[in-house]
Design a protein. Structure first.
Lengths: 259, 637
């Protein structure tokens, strides 16, 4: 069906602004916002695919800066800030919002939601008693809390992608997080920074995790030109197809290829 | 340098062994004064942009699409190239299969691809249109003009230090939309609420599937691309239309398609003398007969869209219940299976709503095995036999519900392109940005079709769909991942028997969390993609259009709730005779069950599970495959 309500003033604004301007109300506000959000994410995707493309840089930076200014919610700002820092915009305004979110993530003491059996394999659908207690104490909805906790790692990956050396201490702290997803993304951040001193810490963080998820934490080891890292990757990533896939990606795109 | 002729270009292609597309040939050449060469760009049979260029007197071929990793060229479009003397580069612009304008350009000797539509924020390109470009040395800019999906002329241009912008030139000048893009197909059916489905192919072979309803004055209209082939079919339960459909082949001017609606009628007649009769619905006549005799006192005739139940029961004056065996209306002998014990009776039928049976028991003496266990010396009693069906109000409504679902047990995971993606999906807690974006309905590009297929199959399998139970209403309530189409055929414009299967908005069930929590997402109502008239008060007739799996590897719940891409829906419409109204419509029933007046009559297995995942057409179930002609008793695979 044709979208009949597209040609309205608010929508016209969307063509120059990637984020819905505050106070702009219309019958098709939601549609326009969805469209603007889609355009923003398309642009972010282009940036992540081709961060070194000079035209992408030239084109995306001012549009993302404008979008950052107009964004009303923190997750969107974090997402945009990550892309801008990745594109070389070292302004404190971007890094501060990134680092603030990253620090919250690595400082979190929330128990990990999933339960693992004696063989290190997760029990599908089961929630750990510690986590159940934690959500009760904090008066949280179980489903939302689980999704939030399992998504923490991916939130941290926005900081890892940015590749800013100011994140080094944050990533190192993340390696000891009770949340294995956070450990995994902290390890990726250190790989993007090529911090070889962290290699033993990454190996330890993986080995101390349940068997099932060790390979996921150990992935970034393939991005280091280091014999210890390579040997540990060979050991901790038992699926050879995945291992070769990761090596190929690291070879083609560097550490960001395995994010 | 002399500009090469087309013949020369073809000779070059032959020399180089490069692919040249036979259809929609596109070719552009330019003298490159920046890199001191001649460049010829064309679209190969691989739908890639290829670049031929001269170096030291020799021609070379370069697959520019592969080099930059850009999308393939959309069929039926054109490319344009230019030497940009303002920004000192060579540019090749084309329309990708994503309907975006893409710009290939040279920088420091390397080719890059830019999705100009995305970065300039312009609309997608209208299908089958071309682009034009020019270096504007007056205003010192580069301009790329194209026709957007809004039928406006759009221009992408560079300003402010190399930034691309989109300008809606049509809107800016207040001009009319591009005339060649669309035409109207409209008409009047003298009846409101009629659904008109229009299907066919656009001028470039793209499938078209549209639906409209007549307004209070009976008017409807479509806007379609000129030059396509379309078939429009009106439908409203209980009505026939003359003509029943219209076909437009390659039309380029507005079309008017009117039709006359006539109400269908149904009637029941029966011959009261032998408990038989006919059911006529205006198209077919069905014979009513007691095929197995009145063994249990009940006989049922199943019509393609309903059933007529005859119940015969009686009671003697002493309270014994008779079960009539081997009923034969004339002569009136009934043998209960015991030698020399014969019960004779006669039946008369004074009215069509009651039957009087006169029974004479010829069994002498005690010890009779007459039914009921009594011990009458003689029986010569009358009893009244009643027929509970057909009802006083004749069933003029057919009620066919098609429940279609994806049978997860039949899905096989295909081979992924990226083993790491498979690893992440199968490792609970291994949540990356890619998977989280996917789960949160944000755009995520996987690494190609194989990964998309794998991810879709993974989600389907982990949604744990299985065969429905026997009660669609409970399926809806439980939120299982099922799809419901319900069709009630009416003869008078009203919905009859609306409570057989209460139906609210179609519901799909939980989808798995790609991040692996194992927690089920709650059931969600299907959005209003492509359906008209269905509502929770069971007064609407489902008109659900085709849908399909997402094409970019998005989460299934995005596909369901995204508002642009419906899930697997279909239109199957039956007229009052139980015949398909729109035989050419797209139906996608991997597996389906058919309910007749609320009763499960048939379940058909999944077709081509692997093809279903890859969206091959072979998995589709066409409405014509719904086995109406066999009384809904056999699957048509």
């Amino acid at each position: 069906m044709p979208q009949l309500n597209r040609l309205i003033p608010c929508c016209l604004l969307m063509f120059v602004s990637l984020v819905t301007p505050a106070g702009c109300q219309s019958v098709s506000e939601q549609t326009a916002k969805d469209e603007a959000d889609f355009k923003l994410h398309s642009l972010l995707l282009e940036v992540r695919k081709n961060p070194d493309d000079p035209l992408i840089k030239l084109q995306a930076i001012p549009r993302l800066q404008e979008a950052f200014t107009n964004a009303l919610d923190a997750p969107t700002k974090v997402n945009i800030a990550s892309a801008l820092v990745e594109l070389g915009q070292k302004d404190d305004v971007y890094w501060s919002i990134l680092s603030k979110r990253a620090q919250e993530i690595v400082d979190s003491t929330a128990p990990y939601p999933l339960v693992y059996d004696a063989n290190g394999k997760s029990i599908r659908g089961a929630i750990s008693p510690e986590f159940s207690e934690w959500i009760k104490t904090n008066n949280l909805s179980q489903n939302e809390a689980v999704f939030d906790q399992l998504g923490l790692g991916s939130d941290l990956s926005l900081v890892a992608i940015a590749g800013d050396s100011r994140g080094l201490s944050i990533f190192r702290k993340g390696l000891s997080s009770p949340n294995y997803g956070v450990r995994a993304m902290a390890a990726r951040g250190l790989a993007v920074l090529q911090d070889k001193a962290s290699i033993p810490l990454i190996i330890e963080a993986a080995r101390n995790a349940p068997l099932e998820i060790q390979w996921f934490i150990a992935q970034p080891l393939v991005a280091f030109e280091d014999s210890r890292a390579r040997a540990a990757a060979d050991e901790l990533i038992p699926d050879k197809a995945i291992l070769e896939d990761l090596k190929q990606r690291a070879k083609e795109k560097g550490p960001r290829g395995i994010l | 340098m002399k500009r090469p002729s087309l013949i020369a270009i073809c000779a070059m292609v032959a020399t180089l062994g490069s692919p040249l597309r036979g259809e929609h040939r596109v070719l552009a050449s330019v003298v490159d004064t920046i890199y001191n060469t001649v460049r010829v760009q064309y679209v190969g049979v691989d739908s890639h942009v290829h670049g031929l260029y001269l170096a030291s007197g020799l021609w070379y071929d370069s697959d520019l699409t592969a080099t930059v990793g850009g999308p393939s060229v959309a069929a039926g479009t054109s490319i344009a190239n230019v030497v940009d003397t303002i920004y000192n580069t060579v540019r090749v612009q084309y329309i990708g299969v994503d309907s975006h304008v893409h710009g290939l350009y040279l920088s420091s000797g390397l080719w890059y691809d830019a999705d100009l539509t995305v970065i300039a924020g312009g609309p997608s390109v209208a299908a089958g249109t071309s682009i034009a470009n020019v270096v504007d040395t007056i205003y010192n800019t580069m301009r790329v003009d194209y026709i957007g999906v809004d039928s406006h002329v759009h221009e992408l241009y560079i300003s402010g230090g190399g930034i691309w912008y989109d300008s809606d030139l049509t809107a800016t000048v207040g001009g009319p939309p591009v005339i060649s893009l669309s035409l109207a197909i409209s008409g009047n059916l003298s009846l409101s609420g009629v659904t008109v489905n229009l299907t066919g192919t656009g001028p470039n072979g793209d499938p078209v599937s549209l639906s409209a309803q007549t307004d209070s004055a009976g008017n409807y209209s479509f806007f379609v691309a000129a030059g396509g082939t379309y078939t429009a079919v009106p439908f409203l339960s209980g009505y026939t239309f003359s003509p029943a459909s219209w076909v437009f082949n390659g039309v380029t001017v507005n079309q008017t398609a009117n039709s006359t609606a006539s109400a269908q009628t149904g009637s029941l007649t029966q011959n009261c003398n032998d408990i038989s009769g006919t059911w006529t619905d205006g198209n077919y006549t069905y014979a009513l007969s007691e095929s197995a005799g009145m063994v249990t006192g009940t006989d049922t005739l199943i019509l393609p869209y309903g059933s007529v139940v005859w119940t015969v029961s009686g009671q003697t004056t002493d309270g014994s219940v008779y079960l009539m065996r081997n009923y034969n209306p004339n002569p009136t002998d009934t043998d209960f299976g015991t030698p020399d014990q014969e019960d004779d009776f006669t039946l008369t039928f004074p009215t069509c709503s009651s039957v009087t049976a006169t029974l004479t028991n010829k069994i002498p003496g005690a010890g009779s095995s007459f039914l009921g266990g009594g011990n009458p010396s003689t029986v010569n009693q009358s009893t009244t036999w009643s027929r509970s069906s057909p009802p006083t109000t004749q069933p003029t409504t057919a009620d066919v519900t098609v429940v279609a679902w994806v049978d997860a047990s039949q899905i096989t995971l295909p081979t992924p392109q990226t083993p790491a993606l498979a690893g992440k999906l199968n490792t609970p807690g291994a949540c990356t940005l890619e998977l989280k974006d996917w789960a949160q309905n944000q755009r995520t590009d996987l690494n190609g079709q194989a990964d998309t297929d794998y991810a879709n199959a993974w989600l389907l399998i982990h949604s744990a769909n299985g065969q429905p139970y026997n009660n669609p209403a409970s399926e809806l309530a439980s939120g299982d991942f099922r799809l419901f189409n319900r069709f009630q055929i009416v003869s008078n414009g009203n919905i009859a028997r609306p409570t057989v299967i209460p139906h609210g908005p179609p519901v799909v069930g939980w989808t798995p969390d790609p991040c692996g929590s194992g927690i089920k997402l709650p059931a969600q109502a299907h959005p209003n993609n492509g359906y008209v008239g269905i509502d929770s008060s069971s007064t609407g007739v489902a008109q659900l259009n085709e849908g399909r799996l997402g094409t970019t590897g998005r989460a299934i719940n995005h596909t369901i709730n995204g508002g642009t891409t419906p899930w697997i829906w279909s239109v199957i419409e039956f007229n009052s005779a139980g015949n398909i109204v729109i035989p050419i419509d797209h139906a996608m029933f991997p597996t389906y069950s058919i309910y007749l007046n609320g009763n499960l009559v048939l379940t058909c297995p999944q077709s081509s599970p692997s093809a279903f995942i890859t969206q091959s057409e072979s998995y589709q179930r066409l409405p014509s495959q719904i086995p109406v002609s066999s009384g809904l008793t056999s699957c048509h695979n």
